[in-house]
Structures are given as C-alpha cells and as structure tokens.
Ligand binder design. Sequence first.
Ligand SMILES: [Zn+2]
Length: 107
Amino acid sequence: MSRCAYCGERAGFWSRMCADCKKLMACVQELRGRVGYGEFLDGLERTGVAKEKIMAFLKADPDGSGSIQDQVTAEMTTELMKVMGISGRQTAEEVKRIRDTAAKDSK
Ligand SMILES: [Zn+2]
C-alpha cells in the first residue's frame, strides 16, 4: 500500500494520490489563474474534503518544485504584477523564501 504524496494518507496501489487529493487537484487545475485566493479556497472546500486535509494538500511539496499553495500564490502575484504594469515573474521558490523570511521576523 502506498501513501498519498500530498496528505500522507493511504492511497491505492498504483496511485501516488488518494481520491480526495485527486479531487482537490482537479479543482486546483480548474480554478488556478481564474479566481482570487479566497475564492480558490472556497472552491476547494466545496469538494467536501475536510479542511485539515485541504491545508495538508496545499502545503505538500512532493516534487520539491514548491507546494500547491506557493505555486498558486506565485501565479496570482505574477498576474497582479502584470495588472500593475510591473514586468517579471513570481516563482514558487520566491514565495517560499518570502514566507520563510516573514515567519522568522514574526518570532
Ligand atoms: Zn491525499
């Protein structure tokens, strides 16, 4: 039995994601780039998956390419920068770095 790469719960034999996380991932693909972060979270909650699981899913980083949360935040920030006429691109790594820095400062 393998474990879900996102929430750590048991997944099927062949899949690296459990059914809930698959549902969440489909929802993420549908919403990303189209809605703000609040609406994005609302959309995920509408899947009926428990909130703790949604948070675990968003913070997981199984590929080391940034968590879903950081990737989506980076995309939204890039969009916002475009709207404000600032060129450039926000990356998931950069969001993570900013968040880590903010977490350190608040201590
Ligand atoms: Zn899962």
